[in-house]
Design a protein around this ligand. Structure first.
Ligand code: KIV
Length: 271
């Protein structure tokens, strides 16, 4: 798939084509996602939970995400890759937001960034970053970086309608090229899709959005204990890895590995 851009996504929405997105946190997974036909890869701060095993995304490090984003873009050069701006990297000021967003483009080589939230302060940050020439994906609905404020991860339902629409409007006004809508009741998500001109990518936002994004380790079934309603598992990587590693443990213990074909023999230049 040659060169997906922010413009491609707008064209896909106009054609009614679904936008397919996933997170990735390493070179090899990004390469497989690109081969599979994923249009957009987010180097999400969800890495803090999905890879590092923490309870929230709040500890995500800008330096780590930059290094990871660089490897993801190298694995998927023709895919639209976005860096997720971690908690604390943009809230303080527009200057900080622009400086750190620019690092994703200049150091990691990705195509844009995502920022969470659409309250007036966040909308100002988004506008400053967009005005600097950096494509921004907005993120509304359930906001993991606001988990302390919200007292948990709560799906946005009818009661939250007015605030959600206000935030989506503010983000569109600020110039986002697309919106992630997370944890939003399906009919409310449909209302957002019909209201905003930009592609809406859902996670736990039901069927009527312009595209879907999921956390790649959830899709691949890495954690058998994590089974939220909005995820469908397309593999049992936990089972596959466990079976493979048990075989490795058994074969090393029994002496079956390494075999003669794995051993170096004779002088340099021999087999
Ligand atoms: O960090 C992340 O993976 C995200 C997605 C859930 C959209 O923000």
């Amino acid at each position: 798939m040659p060169g997906v851009t922010v413009r491609s996504l707008a064209a896909m929405k106009a054609r009614g084509e679904k936008i397919i997105a996933l997170t990735a946190y390493d070179f090899y997974t990004a390469r497989i996602e690109a081969l599979a036909g994923v249009h957009l890869i987010l180097v999400g701060d969800s890495m803090q939970m999905a890879v590092l095993g923490e309870e929230t995304t709040l500890g995500a490090s800008l330096e780590v995400l930059l290094a990871v984003a660089r490897s993801v873009k190298r694995g998927a050069p023709d895919t639209l890759v976005l860096g997720d701006m971690p908690f604390g990297s943009y809230q303080e000021s527009c200057t900080l937001a622009v400086r750190n967003a620019a690092r994703f483009l200049s150091e990691a080589g990705v195509d844009g960034v995502k920022l969470e939230g659409g309250n007036p302060r966040m909308a100002r940050r988004v506008k400053a970053v967009v005005d600097s020439g950096i494509p921004v994906m907005g993120h509304a609905g359930l906001l993991p970086q606001f988990v302390r404020m919200d007292g948990g991860y709560r799906v946005v339902r009818r009661e939250g309608r007015d605030e959600l629409l206000r935030q989506c409007d503010a983000l569109v006004e600020a110039g986002v090229f697309s919106l992630v809508l997370e944890g939003v009741e399906e009919e409310l998500a449909r209302e957002v899709v019909e209201r905003v001109p930009v592609p809406v990518i859902g996670i736990g936002a039901g069927r009527w959005v312009d595209g879907q994004i999921l956390v790649v380790s959830d899709v691949l079934g890495l954690d058998p204990g994590f089974n939220p309603k909005f995820v469908r598992k397309y593999a049992d990587l936990h089972g596959t890895i466990l079976t493979a590693l048990r075989r490795y443990v058994e074969e090393v213990a029994s002496g079956a590995f390494p075999g003669p074909e794995n051993a170096f023999k004779g002088p340099e230049g021999g087999s």
